[in-house]
Design a protein around this ligand. Sequence first.
Ligand SMILES: *Cc1c(COP(=O)(O)O)cnc(C)c1O
Length: 385
Amino acid sequence: MSTRKRLMIPGPIECEANVLAAMGEPVPGHTAPGFIASFGQCLKMMKQVWQCPSGQPFIIAGSGTLAMEMAAANLTEEGDHALVLSTGYFGERYARILERHGAKVTLLEAKTGHAITARQVEEALSTKKYKLMSFTHVDTSTAVKMDAQSIGELCNKHGVMTILDGVCSVAGENIRQEEWGIDVVLTASQKAIGVPPGLALMVVSDKAIQAWKERKTLVRNYYADWTNWLPIMEAYETGKPAYFGTPATNLVKALEKGLENIINEGLEARFDRHNRLGKAFRTAMSLLGLDMIPASEEVSANTLSAPILPETISLPDFMQAMGSAKVAIAGGLLPEIKTRYFRVGHMGSADKEDLRLCVEGIAFALNECGMNANGEKAWRTAIAE
Ligand SMILES: *Cc1c(COP(=O)(O)O)cnc(C)c1O
């Protein structure tokens, strides 16, 4: 019997069997007709999943951080003013990336566990003129979710380009990129998309492509420059091969299956499922006596949760006790508080059974650390609500 634990960290996540089978196929060449068709399908399906029918998708070998850097590198020139909304670790990272590409960054940081409200954004945008703004939909270090719709619409009103770091939300939380007017929505294959790590993914609005075309200076990252990649994406979408850098062919085949799975489930059904499971998980944690990092239901992500350990329990003891659970979870990430909380991913194909095993594992570990928790009852109650 396999002793492998189910992955319930906030990425990489478990992949469905058809995705794994595509990874294991004999390596396709990047000019093989079957591969060209798959690449083209992926680009078309991304526009559907991102709900951005007139956007320009990019599929590039790399992790989510490359997607962040690609958007920053192509849309920033020396001296541009950028506003960064931060609800944790990844907001901070975006500030560093934009600075590296010459932007003058104003960082607007939320108190831990809180989101940045549309009102705060309105205030910031009315006091200074920014070229672009980045924000994190779900910050994986805090499980705080921002209101992407209100903030996207607000930036449009002020004529500010927007980059949404959706690495922990695309295909798990609703994003209507085109309707909400967000210029770049980016993610990586290993989060809610449900594909192994290795692909940086993004869809770019026509407005952002125009802004990039009007640049006066060269993009300062050769690999990330859309000059190199846009013709490749356009070629594959129209059924022709093209080369700039070798695509991760097996990963693209796997992405095709992952996107098909998402579309077959239906976007609304998928967001609903994440919503129901996320809520049930938070209820179960509360029944076990744990508080959460997000300050309210309204700002709680449905793709992952960040429960706080009681003060009497140390994270290393708790994680060691989790060693006998059937699922793998993650420790804290935000430096200031990383030993006080843990994180559970429940995105992609995660189902009730995964969450039941997880809640029971957590209750067992809490009990090993001296608490008196009933995981089975907590989950039964939570899922019945
Ligand atoms: C995981 C994550 C990233 C970074 O992605 P990598 O693939 O690890 O480079 C960025 N932002 C958010 C919100 C994430 O969850």
